[in-house]
Design a protein around this ligand. Structure first.
Ligand SMILES: C[S@@+](CC[C@H](N)C(=O)[O-])C[C@H]1O[C@@H](n2cnc3c(N)ncnc32)[C@H](O)[C@@H]1O
Length: 271
């Protein structure tokens, strides 16, 4: 997408945006020069930045499949992003075409592109909302399609790092999980600088601070404390994304999983 083609109101081209940087990293076309420049700069700091997106998407696919195998037939996908191959409804519906999915994002390109793509699909909806306002998300007319008396797969994949400590991520998760039925599952991936040297970590932080949504990297210990208050983690607990129930030894970065820069976990809502 060229900047001259700006088709939508509400797009802020003054700042790189994480949804569009991520789209660029995954080879998508829904990004602008400001996003591409920021991601190219990130690559000079972290040469593995493109692999982060790929390993994260692979985790999303495995997590959705796991949820469907556990009987989940409806999903709420927080920070769903610009649709790319292997969106949650495609993965879930390859097993059961009746699965319902509600996507949520607050980035105008992600919202518009999702709506364009999903409008004609029954049982798949897009909510334009800030995930830090769970009551708006859960109260949105589109979300009413979910039957909250039945278990839900709550996806918070590569999004909680945009929730700062001031926004109380633990309280936020509790407000999402509270209304969900027993048996609901929460899938999370979260960036970290646990395996990065402090100088590189500081440079990464500086770059993300120059985007529209600054990032809070969290350590494994912080993520453990955040999630263990909310859910009972299934095996293998909190691990690097390539280590979370890999499909096989050929999983990307399986030999050096820390290069994914992202932890993954899935847990069951406590009764
Ligand atoms: C890195 S992308 C991840 C996309 C997808 N979940 C995945 O893992 O492939 C993060 C997404 O979260 C969205 N996001 C960040 N902060 C948000 C917020 N406060 N409310 C809604 N969406 C948000 C961004 O717009 C972006 O689309």
């Amino acid at each position: 997408m060229s900047d001259q083609e700006e088709p939508l109101l509400g797009i802020d081209l003054d700042w790189p945006n994480p949804a569009r940087m991520y789209d660029y990293a995954l080879g998508g076309a829904h990004n602008f020069a400001v996003d591409r420049e920021a991601f190219d700069k990130l690559l000079t700091i972290d040469a593995d930045a493109a692999l982060v997106g790929q390993t994260n998407r692979a985790f999303l696919r495995r997590a959705v499949r796991y949820c469907v195998d556990q009987g989940i037939r409806q999903f709420l996908d927080l920070g769903s992003g610009i649709p790319t191959q292997g969106h949650a409804h495609e993965i879930a519906r390859s097993v059961d075409p009746t699965v319902r999915v509600v996507y949520v994002d607050n980035e105008p390109v992600a919202v518009a592109h999702s709506r364009r793509l999903l409008n004609a699909i029954d049982g798949v909806e897009m909510v334009a909302a800030d995930i830090r306002d769970p009551e708006s998300v859960l109260g949105a007319p589109e979300t009413a399609m979910l039957d909250l008396s039945q278990p839900v797969g709550l996806l918070a994949v590569a999004v909680l790092h945009y929730v700062s400590p001031d926004d109380d991520p633990a309280g936020l998760l509790a407000r999402y999980l509270g209304p969900l039925a027993p048996g609901s599952l929460l899938a999370v991936s979260h960036t970290t600088v646990d395996a990065v040297d402090p100088v590189q970590a500081a440079e990464m932080r500086k770059l993300f601070d120059s985007t529209s949504s600054p990032v809070t990297h969290r350590s494994r210990a912080e993520l453990t404390s955040l999630l263990s208050e909310q859910v009972d983690l299934v095996e293998p607990g909190i691990v690097w994304t390539p280590q979370w129930r890999p499909d096989g030894p050929e999983e990307l970065l399986s030999d050096e999983p820390e290069r994914s820069g992202t932890y993954a976990a899935l847990g069951r809502k406590r009764d």
